[in-house]
Design a protein around this ligand. Sequence first.
Ligand code: NAD
Length: 472
Amino acid sequence: YATLSAVVKNHTSAFDGKEAALLVEELRVNFNTGRAKSYEWRISQLQNIAKMIDEKERCIAQALYQDLSKPELEAFIAEISNTKSSCMLAIKELKNWMAPETVKTSMTTFPSSAQIVSEPLGVVLVISAWNFPFLLSVEPVIGAIAAGNAVVLKPSEIAPATSSLLAKLFSEYLDNTTIRVIEGGVPETTALLDQRWDKIFFTGGARVGRIVMAAAAKNLTPVVLELGGKCPALVDSDVNLQVAARRIIAGKWGCNNGQACIGVDYVITTKDYASKLIDVLKTELKTFFGENPLESQDLSRIVNSFHFKRLESMLNENGIADKVVQGGQTSEDKLNISPTILLDVPEASSMMQEEIFGPILPVVTVQKIEDGFQVIRSKPKPLAAYLFTDNKELQKQFVQDVSAGGISINDTVVHVTVKDLPFGGVGESGLGAYHGKFSYETFSHKKGVLYRSFAGDSDLRYPPYTPKKKMV
Ligand code: NAD
């Protein structure tokens, strides 16, 4: 996606290194007043986010439609209501999260008590992606505010309507002495990355993730990298096929039309079972999106012509066209590609080597279902991995042996809605995690604090180290 980011026009006036430095300085001064640390401030800002979502739900859905033709119900479920429930959880749990945790002490410190005390990190930067541009911007900001930080959000320029709406709503609803939005693309993000932050939370691709991590390293700034990858769905032959197919479709085309970090990237099944699975996928696709899915109102469009061409060129690669078993129709005007399924595409093709991030689903076949593990392991660790089977032994083996950011058994993507599960990648799919309490922890430092009195001051620890003391 490099070229695209480089050519997308800057939506705000020039925001350069000087302005970025001034912004961070101002936020640091405001953070240092201690304002953002108080429970009352945190709660008031979280309540304002909840109010903003309630009052501007329609504007948010409209912006998402403008950026991605995201169907209203999908926008509501995946972005608006999901963000609101994270915010409500933070409001409900904040007191508990902020409470110091008492822990055991050691013989050496007897008598004493000890606590883990959470403290905000300071001034933090959130950089987000275009595919769920509201959720991926506001969800980390909720964590940053809950933990008492000053925060700058840099939404994606590739979803410009949502980006400018966020800038407007944040200035209207939130305390701008400590919470800001900076819009823009590569130059603005570069100017921001040149500053000293107390944490950088990045959602996007691994290529830019490396740029973020290198910039952060200059100041020893910790990072969270929420990246992507090729998320597999392994389908055994003992499944309820209709349910499995519907859930695969929901986790592929029903999820921003395949443009989702945890969307199903490819399916693996056995040679014997592939045609059965593909037949049911075809039937259910027709039920969901009709005879002519290019006209369906229930599918998001491809975000822009750069990504349309990227996907089209994957389909136009040598030896790919005759692997299409469903779909393959494209409309450049509408930035649409119909739900497309391919069977056994060459492993060397970019479709099997790169994250697809679009409505194309290759089905890979193996002799035995267990061989699918090796297919998954041969690629960088994915952000999510899915297994469909009733076989408990296989489920256990999958959980133990497949390394992925997260796993759903007999479903796709919905593990992301469980706020008590950490959400984040491993290896090439990312570093760090958030959601629920994990968001709070991600933006906090856990400070170990030991309390002693003046009692119990043993001579043992002090020189002179006499032979008698050594014997003890
Ligand atoms: P991207 O990496 O191109 O851009 C992400 C952000 O980085 C944007 O705000 C962009 O302005 C900025 N950026 C782009 N190029 C930059 C550069 N050279 N220097 C500094 N900043 C730069 O990613 P994207 O195209 O917005 O999103 C797609 C990728 O994000 C996919 O790989 C997807 O899997 C991943 N993703 C991950 C998650 C997750 O939660 N783990 C969620 C959504 C998307």
